[in-house]
Design a protein around this ligand. Structure first.
Ligand SMILES: Cc1cc2nc3c(=O)[nH]c(=O)nc-3n(C[C@H](O)[C@H](O)[C@H](O)COP(=O)(O)OP(=O)(O)OC[C@H]3O[C@@H](n4cnc5c(N)ncnc54)[C@H](O)[C@@H]3O)c2cc1C
Ligand code: SF4
Length: 335
């Protein structure tokens, strides 16, 4: 049986109290929201904090607000079940609701939060294992060792970013609000992640993500969004590949913007390059979708950080991309 190490649980009711606790306990403290990822990781001995500072009592992190012209403001403490069912989210960015609904199973979505999903630890076949299992292999670079079993060097960890909502939020151009004992700041989500599997966020460990803002749609444009996911089973599984798309159309149904973001491959979600430009000025068509699927295929390289065969995962990239693109069309022009 896997047991939790001992720790002290703090449940502040105000953000400033939470920040004081994080400052007071420094490296011995860790933020906990729903605990759906942190607690299993602690049972595996991956983290051994003496203090857990819970965000569950913080009213400031709650609520979803519809803003004018398709904008949204989401508290980082809202659960994934709330995001999936929110009329505001379904109206402004249905793919965000879909991505939240695609996470794990109902119990985990009831407890797991949007902020926890954004700050999820990276995952790897050689890391998300018991202490006993990892010791038998001589540990690895991400925890207690000096060698990566995937790259077979001692230089870099390529554990996979495995969260479903960030690709959609990145495609939408969302902004994050953060608070720490040193003050508050905002950051574009496209700048939030780093290509380092050990710690893949440009966030200090005592920095709390408090809210997420989705920008409005420009006058005269329509926005459509999509989320696609490859996983072994239709429920519960982490993504082998997760993708978020956002497209903007003018009145005539012509594409004026397209962003594609993929994750589940390396240590951060990333924008597909030279992707949107294929679609600019085009009407939505099967040929365009085929060209976009081919471009995604060329840019995605699955690694052996998952137990599932990388060649099969690579072959599935255009399949999942086609299915995801289908969520965006057909797009009718004005009569
Ligand atoms: C069986 C199983 C299947 C899963 N499947 C999926 C899946 O398909 N897709 C997916 O995306 N996830 C999956 N998860 C992971 C997890 O349930 C979700 O990612 C969930 O959203 C995590 O949120 P949480 O509130 O429980 O985070 P927690 O476990 O509380 O925290 C996760 C990490 O984020 C930090 N953190 C939490 N909130 C904040 C905040 N506001 N500011 C700063 N740091 C914060 C914590 O310190 C911790 O490091 C799965 C988990 C399990 C156990
Ligand atoms: S990618 Fe390498 S260093 Fe990172 S968790 Fe996996 S085996 Fe460890």
């Amino acid at each position: 049986m896997l047991r939790l190490p001992p720790y002290r649980y703090h449940r502040p009711e105000r953000l400033d109290e939470a920040l004081e606790l994080l400052e007071a306990h420094g490296a011995m403290a860790r933020i906990i929201a729903g605990g759906t990822d942190l607690i299993p990781n602690m049972k595996h001995g991956l983290f051994t904090p003496d203090h857990l500072v819970s965000l569950r009592g913080l009213g400031e992190l709650k609520g979803i607000e519809a803003k004018p012209k398709g904008g949204l403001r989401l508290g980082a403490g809202v659960t994934l079940a709330e995001v999936a069912a929110s009329e505001a989210v379904l109206g402004a960015a249905p793919a965000l609701a879909r991505a939240a609904r695609n996470v794990a199973g109902p119990q985990l979505r009831n407890a797991g939060t949007l902020g926890g999903n954004l700050c999820l630890d990276t995952r790897c076949t050689y890391y998300n294992q018991s202490e006993f299992w990892r010791e038998a292999l001589g540990y690895c670079l991400k925890k207690d060792g000096d060698r990566c079993h995937v790259t077979r060097t001692g230089r870099v960890c390529v554990a996979a970013h495995s969260a479903d909502t960030p690709p959609v939020l990145m495609a939408l151009g969302a902004t994050l609000e953060l608070a720490s004992p040193r003050g508050r700041r905002t950051m574009a989500i496209r700048d939030f992640f780093m290509p380092d599997g050990v710690w893949n966020q440009k966030r200090e460990p005592d920095e709390v993500v408090t809210a997420i803002e989705v920008p409005p749609v420009e006058d005269g444009l329509r926005r459509r969004t999509a989320h696609g996911k490859l996983r072994v089973r239709k429920s519960i599984d982490f993504p082998l590949l997760s993708m978020g798309l956002a497209a903007w159309f003018d009145d005539a149904g012509t594409v004026v913007g397209l962003e594609g973001v993929v994750t589940g491959l390396g240590s951060r979600p990333r924008h597909l390059t030279r992707f949107g430009e294929l679609a600019l000025g085009e009407r939505w068509s099967p040929d365009l979708m085929e060209a976009l699927a081919a471009r995604a295929h060329a840019q995605c390289t699955p690694l052996e950080n998952h137990i599932v065969d990388p060649d099969w995962r690579k072959a599935m990239v255009p399949v999942i991309m086609r299915r995801t693109l289908e969520q965006l069309g057909p797009v009718e022009g004005a009569a």
